[in-house]
Structures are given as C-alpha cells and as structure tokens.
Design a protein around this ligand. Structure first.
Ligand code: FAD
Ligand code: NAP
Length: 313
C-alpha cells in the first residue's frame, strides 16, 4: 500500500511530492497522465513567480521541478486516474486508466483545471483546425497573419501580447469593456499598437472549411462584423477537474462548493480524513503557481502528521 498517492503533477502535486518525500515518507507516487508541470507549461511568459526575474516561459520554470522531487524518492505513475474510492477501513483505492488499481493510506488531489469552451457556433467543429486554447503551442502557425483572441481575463490579455509579437494583428474580442486583469496588464494592452480592442462584442460564429478557420463573425454595438482571421484563440476561464472524486453514482466522496471546488481547511484537508486537496481545484484558490506550490507544501507536511498519528496513535 502507498503511504501517499498524489493525483496531478502540476505545481501543487510536484511540491506536495517534494515535501512529503523530503519529510520522510518512503512510498509516495504522483500520478500524472501527461508530462509533469501542469497548465503553466502552456504559458508563453511568467513574470510573477518570486525570485525569477527576466522573461521566462512556463515550460522553462517547470522543467527542473520533477528532477528535484525524484532526488528525494518521489515516483511518477504516468497514467490517468479515473476515480478515487474511499474504503470502509478509511484507506483509498486509486482506480487507474489502464484498468489496474492501487491502495493508499492518504491522497492529495492536485488535478487543477482545464480551459473552458466559449460555446459559440463552429467552436467544436473547428477546434484544432484554427480554434485553439494555447498560444504557445499554435501561435507560430499564424506568423505575420491576423488572429482573434476571445476573453477579457489575465490569460486572454497575456496571450494577446504573446501573439502580437508573432502575428500581424490581434483582435481582442471581449463581451464587456472592462477586464478581469491587473491594471498594469490593461495599460500595456491599450499601448500595444497591433492589438485592436473589439469590445462589448459577442460571438456570432466561427466559420471555415475542411482546411480550417476562415473567419469569425461577431456582433459589435455598431452591428455585425466579419473578422477574416485564420486563427481564433479562446481564453474564457477554466473548469475544475474534480471528476475523479465522483463515486459510481456521480456523488462526490468529499464536500465541494457550488462551483465544484474542493472545500479544505488550512491544512488542505477535506472533510474526509486522509484526503487532501491543493492548488487550483480548492476553494478560494488564487490560481497562481506560487499559491498552488504553497498549497502542495502545506498538504505534504500535514499528510506526514496524518500518517504518523494513524500508525502510532
Ligand atoms: P495544474 O497546473 O492544472 O496541474 C494539474 C495536473 O494534473 C496537470 O498536469 C494534469 O495533466 C494532471 N491531471 C489532471 N487530471 C488528472 C487525472 N485524472 N489523472 C492524472 N493526472 C491528472 N499563474 C501564475 O502564477 N502566473 C502566471 O503568469 C500564470 N499564467 C498562466 C497562463 C496560462 C495560459 C494559464 C492557463 C494559467 C496561468 N497561471 C499563471 C495559472 C497557473 O498555471 C495555475 O494556477 C497553476 O498551474 C495551478 O497548479 P495546479 O498544480 O493546481 O494545477
Ligand atoms: P477568467 O479570469 O475567468 O476570465 C475569463 C474571461 O473570459 C472573462 O473576461 C469572461 O468575461 C470571458 N468569458 C467567459 N465565458 C465567456 C464566453 N462564453 N464567451 C466569451 N467570453 C467569455 O479566466 P482566465 O483569464 O483563464 O484566468 C483564470 C485564473 O488564472 C484567474 O484567476 C487568473 O487571475 C489566473 N491567471 C493569472 C495570471 C497571472 O497572474 N499573470 C495569468 C493567467 C491566469 P467576463 O469578464 O465578462 O466575465
């Protein structure tokens, strides 16, 4: 039986693994279905991680983290977790995507969040054929071309800057005329010559053919407008990845709030003893790399105490 199963290998999961193994737990596996690093690896620029100055990408930031954890004995299970089962004896069974399962005395859930779809006509059909949620991955395909970015949060604005350095022009399409972003970011947005703000505007449809996107029709306060762009980037928020907490009847094994975020205390412990949650999927998460890492450290330290109490009374 594992001492600890960590589900998710983003900043929260990796830091939980670092603190748990370095703090003395011997049998710890982090289950991560992709490459460790989490959603920040898709970011073209991070400038608010303490102590890291200069322009670096999210990938640059995260590359050393797994190696640091492995030095202290963290194992990486490269598999998707389908479900966490709470057993009658208070331990947990981790049901994996390959059909096998493993038992664990404690679990830290760090599955983070994934990009939402905006829900406009043509989005699903053209996803991956010109509609994208990753500027770092796909921006280069539109070098010296025009693209549209949809959204008005930090992600949309920052990725619009990134694209403005590659593309001839970026239309930033937002449904309101104010943004959910830091004042400094908004100032920079307004000063970037090749970003046109298309505000108070809703999406009518993305259109294209077998070759991909040909354009985006939008409804502005002045009437319908046809943006003839081959690339559309949507950054309209994130969904909480809480599916592995659902039992066979679709009911969560621990308490969630109305938005599906896991309710934790200051030790990152849920209402189920031995089940912890850290990072973007917990309630009131600031959704930052530094806070996800901080949560992971808190959870890792408290799991050690939990197991010690369980084994030694
Ligand atoms: P995540 O990073 O989401 O990691 C979760 C991991 O769990 C993923 O690797 C996923 O593959 C894995 N996983 C999920 N489900 C399963 C499963 N069932 N089985 C196995 N593995 C699973 N924050 C900042 O501080 N500064 C920034 O500049 C910044 N820029 C950003 C730019 C972009 C484009 C985005 C999308 C986010 C940005 N953020 C930024 C936010 C930051 O990335 C997140 O707050 C942080 O990554 C959350 O970490 P996490 O460990 O909670 O979750
Ligand atoms: P977000 O802050 O939730 O913003 C989503 C944006 O998309 C909002 O402007 C919203 O409009 C718009 N939107 C939502 N649904 C839409 C739809 N169906 N059609 C059109 N527009 C829609 O999401 P985010 O920008 O991805 O950020 C997520 C979290 O990560 C935030 O907490 C953010 O601060 C954090 N983050 C931080 C940094 C950083 O610190 N540098 C960078 C990136 C992300 P309304 O405004 O009208 O609701």
């Amino acid at each position: 039986m594992l001492d600890l199963a960590i589900i998710g290998g983003g900043p929260a999961g990796l830091t939980a693994g670092l603190y748990a193994t370095r703090g003395g737990l011997n049998n710890v596996t982090m289950f991560e279905m992709g490459m460790p690093g989490g959603q920040i690896t898709g970011s073209s620029e991070i400038e608010n991680y303490p102590g890291v100055t200069g322009e670096i990408t999210g990938m640059d930031l995260m590359i050393p983290w797994p190696e640091q954890c492995q030095r202290f004995g963290l194992k990486h299970g490269m598999v998707e977790v389908k479900r966490i089962e709470l057993k009658a004896d208070g331990n947990f069974t981790i049901h994996k995507g390959d059909g096998t399962s493993e038992d664990a005395m404690s679990v830290i859930v760090c599955t983070g969040s994934t990009p939402k779809r905006a829900g406009f006509k043509g989005e699903d059909e053209l996803f991956g054929k010109g509609v994208s949620t990753c500027a770092t991955c796909d921006g280069f395909f539109y070098k010296n071309k025009e693209v549209a970015v949809i959204g008005g949060g930090d992600t949309a604005l920052e990725e619009a800057f990134y694209l403005s350095n590659i593309c001839a022009k970026v239309y930033l399409v937002h449904r309101r005329d104010t943004f959910r972003s830091a004042p400094n970011t908004i100032k920079r947005l307004k000063e970037t010559a090749n970003i046109e703000l298309v505000l108070n505007t809703t999406i009518v449809e993305a259109y294209g053919d077998a070759m991909g996107v040909n354009g985006l029709k939008v409804m502005t306060p002045e009437g319908e407008r046809d943006l003839q762009v081959p690339g559309i980037f949507t950054f309209v928020g994130m969904n909480v990845n809480n599916g592995i907490l659902m039992d066979e009847e679709g009911k969560s094994i621990c308490a969630l709030n109305d938005s599906g975020n896991v309710i934790v205390d200051l030790k990152m412990q849920t209402n189920i003893p031995g089940l912890f949650a850290a990072g973007d999927l917990r309630i009131d998460a600031p959704k930052q790399v530094v806070s996800a890492a901080g949560d992971g450290a808190v959870a890792g330290v408290n799991v050690i105490t939990y197991i010690d109490d369980k084994l030694n009374g």
